[in-house]
Design a protein around this ligand. Sequence first.
Ligand code: GLV
Length: 320
Amino acid sequence: MSRVVVTGRVPQPALEALTATHEVDLWDAEDPIPREELLRRVAGADALVTLLTEQVDGELLDAAGEQLRVVANVAVGYNNVDVAACRERGVVVTNTPGVLTEATADIAFALILMATRRLGEGERIVRSGAPWQWGMFFLLGSGLQGKRLGIIGMGGIGQATARRARAFGMEVGYHSRSACDPEVEAELAATRLELDELLASSDVVSVHCPYSEATHHLIGEPQLAAMKDTAYLVNSARGPIVDEAALARALREGTIAGAGLDVFEQEPQVHPELMQLENVVLLPHLGSATVETRTAMAQLAADNALAVLAGEEPPTPVRG
Ligand code: GLV
């Protein structure tokens, strides 16, 4: 029987799968586990099932000890895990790709609709109790039909967002490290573009790439300046890919028309200037937040941890 530390609440089936064969130490609280508590609890763990709110770094790995074999992150993004530090210690890292693709693309598209149709503003007006009236020019937004969606990062979530865009009559351009399969490009009628071309020609830009040093502030002042002043920026990937101070300036000065964010640079804090602006939609990191998706993510993380503990290849290891 191995010792598995689960750093936060996860859906019951995943927990049951782990407790069936292992000793599980669960941080059973709504709030993220305090760092000191985490460092104490991981001592002697053979597996860590981690949430994206925990930093898995050399200090934590050393606190766990040499018997640690796997870090199973319950997220597709694993920028909270120091993969090199894990590798140096022979610890396998896994993530949860695939199972959250559709839910996250739904949120990206929800942000696109909310930003372009000014839905947050509308909701705030109704809830404020202020008088309002249907009017020919009341809260006019921007239509999507015939417009171009520029996708940055054309992995599974980028492609799923592109599929939704096609259903809304949009044209799709994308910028990605590698080209999509020709069949996918054909299905989505998607054109691969350089980043500057994509920024200059898109009516909506949606960010779907992973966060790393290479993508830190990938969208900053020059990139926002390159966008059309009628365009919208949406980020459902990771906060620090977008320079929030530069975005707030661009939104205030009309460099771009609007934005939608599900992720933030200093989560859960939001840049104070963004909070003052009407033309940005702010969601509290809900990309994968459906019962079905969270259940599947936790199950996949449990399967990954169980496979490594059994000496088998995990279903979704992080490579590279
Ligand atoms: C959520 O943000 C994830 O990376 O799974």
